[in-house]
Design a binder for this molecule. Structure first.
Ligand code: ADP
Ligand code: NA
Length: 329
């Protein structure tokens, strides 16, 4: 049986990119595998966090998982820090990871930017902890957006390094599962950047809890160019904003990009923006409403998280113990 591990950082509100690139696919995978869906709070700490906001976001992301359709009975939903094996295995795997491998990670380069010397060790070694997250469950498949593919490949390399060093096929080599056309949703303000929780501009993303007015306003303000929309998919080349909005429309309406291009051929951007806003409201409003309902009962969310922790630890602990034994600990 396939075993799936994936996570989302509790750093801010979840957005449309997280939904289309991750959550919606997770929901569909629930029937095909054993699933571990994790709120990766230790990863969130790689950039400064306000403690109260972090605690709140952890519950909010849990609520988003459930509101999007992840069933806490069928899938294991938990917070990373509540299973100490993540940090422990992270250390053990770090001893096997050459710095050269980490130096190649593009996300560190992007996130540290010009402040490389001042940025934290945790941000640098983040991919090692992510490898530990997956391998702690002997995960075989990792559904992620394009942005995380390189990290899953590193997890494969680290698993291979462990297996070679200790002479057994202990960890399976996890495979990235990149799903569909929505693997990379871009910022609404800048077609060259991905939509991200950490973008300073709130207009760059649609949050899952945005109301109809906010959604309409954000699409109205979305960057566009001055041409009408093209007649063919090829006409999207060199027009990242048009391509992004068409991609979002296609993903939300579960049509192909070709179909959506045909639907809006020759139209002005404003028509696409208005119809996209209506579609997004239709798809996101029920999720936002369910999230608010779940957030109003914190005790219940905490109970579900605790249940998830117990189920995750029951799988993780023997796997960690096995790795420690092999290493002489
Ligand atoms: P963020 O980058 O917004 O902080 P995370 O790093 O917590 O989000 O990513 C959580 C999941 O959402 C990952 O599987 C990631 O690949 C996916 N994801 C994040 N941003 C996007 C995006 N813009 N388009 C598609 N998928 C995305
Ligand atoms: Na990310």
């Amino acid at each position: 049986m396939n075993r799936i591990f994936s996570g989302i950082q509790p750093t801010n509100q979840l957005h449309l990119g997280n939904y289309l690139g991750a959550l919606r696919n997770w929901v569909r995978l629930q029937d095909t595998a054993e699933n571990f869906f994790c709120v990766v709070d230790l990863h969130a700490l790689t950039v400064p966090q306000d403690p109260e906001s972090l605690r709140r976001s952890t519950r909010e992301v849990t609520a988003a998982f459930i509101a999007a359709g992840i069933d806490p009975e069928r899938s294991v939903i938990f917070a990373q820090s509540t299973v100490p094996g993540h940090a422990e295995l992270g250390w053990l795997l770090g001893t096997l990871t050459p710095m050269g491998w980490l130096n190649r990670m593009t996300q560190f380069k992007e996130k540290s930017g010009k402040h490389r010397e001042e940025s934290g060790l945790g941000l640098y070694s983040y991919p090692v902890l992510m490898a530990a997250d997956i391998l702690l469950y002997k995960g075989t498949h990792v559904p992620v957006g394009e942005d995380q593919k390189q990290h899953v490949e590193l997890a494969r390399d680290i698993a291979g390094a462990f297996n070679r060093r200790y002479g057994v096929e202990y960890f399976p080599l996890p495979e990235p599962v990149i799903q569909g056309q929505a693997a990379r949703i871009m910022s609404l303000r800048d077609g060259s950047k991905k939509m991200s929780k950490s973008d300073e501009s709130d207009y760059s993303r649609i949050n899952l809890t945005d109301d109809a007015d906010a959604i309409a306003l954000k699409f109205r303000k979305a960057k566009s160019d001055s041409d009408n929309l093209p007649d063919t998919k090829d006409g999207l080349t060199g027009r990242p904003e048009a391509e992004n909005l068409i991609t979002i429309y296609a993903a939300l309406s579960e049509q192909s990009v070709d179909q959506v291009v045909a639907q809006f051929a020759g139209s002005q951007f404003s028509k696409l923006k208005t119809e996209l806003a209506d579609l997004a409201v239709e798809k996101l409003a029920p999720i936002g409403a369910r999230m608010r309902e779940l957030m109003s009962d914190q005790a219940e969310l905490d109970r579900l998280l605790k249940l998830g922790t117990e189920r995750a630890a029951a799988v993780a602990n023997p796997i960690l113990r096995g790795a420690q034994d092999l290493m002489g600990l």
